[in-house]
Design a protein around this ligand. Structure first.
Ligand code: ADP
Ligand code: ZN
Length: 615
């Protein structure tokens, strides 16, 4: 069957209803449609899918999409069908009859796009099927899964080199949102060999980055969600399964719709929770990092980390799941000394080889530098991916610059206390005792060890315990102090400590008023998410937006698809503001393509007419 669209722009406007391409989309699409191989590297929400979907429409044959996530293929295909495209998937969830129908359609040239898991494609029957089809292109989604160093490594991805051997004339497109230089190199090596690279900026300007001092992490999380994202959809990441369950329970007990997700839950529970997260409005998923790859939900308004991730790649990818729709979103992380100690310990204890441990340490140190940063977080993040930028005005450090105070003298007091206690007792001590000594607090332990006689006893009485812990954390992050997690968290001096003690290295301490003490709403800077969105609509428009959302929820249930597949929030808002009064007027709304106008236009006009302002 001949393809229906003369140009890429034609397809964009009629199928998706978007007025124009973003960033590098147009260039990538032209290159691929003309038969070229390509690496497409764009942040989550950057619009990668169109880079293979449109060329598949422009070229003869079916676009074969390799995607590692069986659970999500169904939604991807449903979304394409809503747009009027002929899409299908082949995976283990289909029964034999359904699979036969899909195979027949593929052979007959009746599909625009076919989604397959890599193991299915590489099976004898998969390769045999493709040999009988006319193939427009191969798109390899989540291409970083080919990287052996990465946290999403999948051995089958390595075998995808077979595509080039068997179909040398069919263009291949590798797509990913994660790729530092080594990973990028590996993708090209294994999947493409040559081909153009389309690397767009990794900036996600609508995401506000925030890192808070962890005091009582869970209470801080609750406060954050309640005050800034009360009815919003979000993801909370925790390191362990136990804390996933506890935090989900805690949030639920406080009336939030929170669900746990980790690899230890029964598959059916996981699937049910994923379904609710995707289908319903305002669900919070509390999860380990096992959750999230390939989640296309565009209206995730916040991603919160209760534990620090082990690398910037991980952090960037996880936070990137917020705000795909381009509307304001928050990336929030609570971070404390324990995170540093724990992550270093995990590397130490892992049975990986030395090279891997060294690499992990470098990655962790970059993450720590980010968490400790006193300057623009976005500049730091982008810098990690090789981009330069200017302070963004949309991160905590830009909005509320921390004070930098010279803490060299205090650091010297702390370091000499560590030194003197060890010297006096022939053993090391953990932070709480050392801070007692610094602050001159008499305890059984200070008496027993004779530490009350030390010259440093009480020299730090002018600082609170919390201040000392803050300083200690920053010293540990900079490796000026070491915590021996294997031995009661005893503190040690390091080779680098000497320079501080001798006064040749200064220590700057970052200090910030606790975020919770700040008054919310001042200048609107503390609010984000749906509240901000709603605030920017007039009350009549907001009322219509709410009605449109109700209509969407009912329609999505009826069609058995997630709400965002019917229309994203951004489109409903545009409708609420523009109040189109005819099918023709709907044409100008971004996100309303031909098929959706045919399917939903009349219903939308009815909702708008019903809530027409009186007079
Ligand atoms: P990625 O796969 O890179 O994470 P998607 O392809 O899912 O991102 O796109 C993110 C969102 O942006 C989707 O809702 C998509 O429909 C929308 N989008 C993509 N390209 C455009 C465009 N040119 N104009 C408007 N919206 C777009
Ligand atoms: Zn900034």
């Amino acid at each position: 069957m001949p393809k229906k669209f003369a140009t890429a722009l034609d397809a964009l406007q009629h199928v998706w209803g978007y007025p124009a391409f973003r960033g590098l989309q147009a260039q990538a699409i032209d290159h691929i449609a003309a038969g070229g191989d390509a690496l497409v590297l764009m942040p989550t929400g950057g619009g990668k899918s169109l880079c293979y979907q449109i060329p598949a429409l422009l070229r003869d044959g079916v676009g074969v999409v390799v995607s590692p996530l069986i659970a999500l293929m169904q939604d991807q295909v449903a979304a394409l069908r809503e747009l009027g495209l002929r899409a299908a998937f082949l995976n283990s969830t289909l029964d034999a009859g359904q699979a036969r129908d899909v195979q027949r359609a593929a052979r007959a040239g009746e599909l625009d796009l076919l989604y397959l898991a890599p193991e299915r494609l590489l099976s004898d029957s998969g390769l045999a099927l493709l040999a009988q089809c006319r193939i427009a292109l191969f798109a390899i989604d989540e291409a970083h899964c080919v990287s052996q160093w990465g946290h999403d490594f999948r051995p089958e991805y390595g075998q995808l080199s077979v595509l080039r051997e068997r179909w040398p004339d069919v263009p291949r497109v590798a797509l990913t949102a994660t790729a530092d230089a080594p990973t990028r190199h590996e993708i090209v090596q294994r999947l493409l060999h040559d081909g153009a690279e389309f690397v767009s900026s990794f900036d996600r300007p609508n995401i506000r980055y925030r890192v808070v001092e962890k005091r009582d992490g869970r209470a801080q999380l609750l406060q954050f969600i309640r005050s800034e994202h009360a009815h919003d959809c979000g993801v909370v990441y925790c390191l362990s399964r136990t804390s996933v369950e506890e935090v989900a329970e805690m949030l639920s007990a406080h009336g939030l719709r929170a669900l746990p997700y980790h690899a230890g839950l029964p598959a059916a529970t996981r699937a049910a929770h994923l379904r609710r997260f995707l289908d319903e409005d305002g669900v919070i998923m509390v999860a380990t990092i096992a959750f999230g790859m390939g989640i296309d939900k565009p209206d995730v308004r916040f991603v919160a980390h209760l534990d620090m991730p082990k690398s910037i790649e991980g952090y960037f990818q996880e936070t990137g799941r917020a705000g795909r729709d381009g509307l304001p979103a928050t990336a929030w992380m609570a971070y404390g000394l324990q995170d540093v100690v724990q992550q270093r310990r995990l590397i130490e204890l892992s049975d990986a080889d030395e090279a891997y441990k060294r690499l992990s340490t470098v990655k962790l140190d970059a993450m720590l530098a980010y968490a400790e940063a006193a300057d623009c977080r976005r500049v730091r993040l982008l810098g990690y991916f090789g981009e330069t930028g200017t302070p963004c005005g949309n991160c905590d450090n830009c909005l509320h610059p921390p004070q930098l105070i010279d803490a060299t003298e205090a650091a010297q007091k702390l370091l000499s206390t560590i030194y003197r206690c060890r010297q006096a007792s022939g053993m090391g001590f953990a932070a709480s005792h050392l801070i007692d000594v610094l602050r001159g607090r008499r305890t059984d332990k200070t008496a027993r060890h004779g530490h009350e006689q030390l010259s440093t006893f009480g020299i730090g009485a002018d600082w609170s315990e919390a201040d000392w812990r803050l300083l200690l954390r920053q010293l540990v992050a900079q490796r000026l102090v070491e915590v021996d997690a294997a031995h009661f968290n005893v503190l040690h001096l390091t080779a680098a400590s000497r320079a501080v003690l001798k006064g040749t290295q200064r220590v700057l301490l970052k200090h910030r008023e606790p975020q919770t003490a700040r008054r919310r709403g001042s200048g609107g800077s503390a609010s984000s998410g749906t509240r901000l969105v709603m605030q920017s609509l007039s009350s009549a428009d907001a009322a219509l937006f709410a009605r449109l959302r109700d209509w969407r929820a009912a329609t999505a249930r009826e069609h058995g698809v997630p709400a965002y597949v019917v229309f994203p929030d951004a489109t409903l808002q545009a409708i609420a503001i523009a109040r189109p009064d005819s099918l023709d007027a709907l044409r100008g709304i971004s996100g309303v393509g031909d098929k959706k106008r045919d399917t939903y236009g009349a219903a939308l006009l009815a909702v708008i007419a019903e809530s027409a302002p009186a007079g």
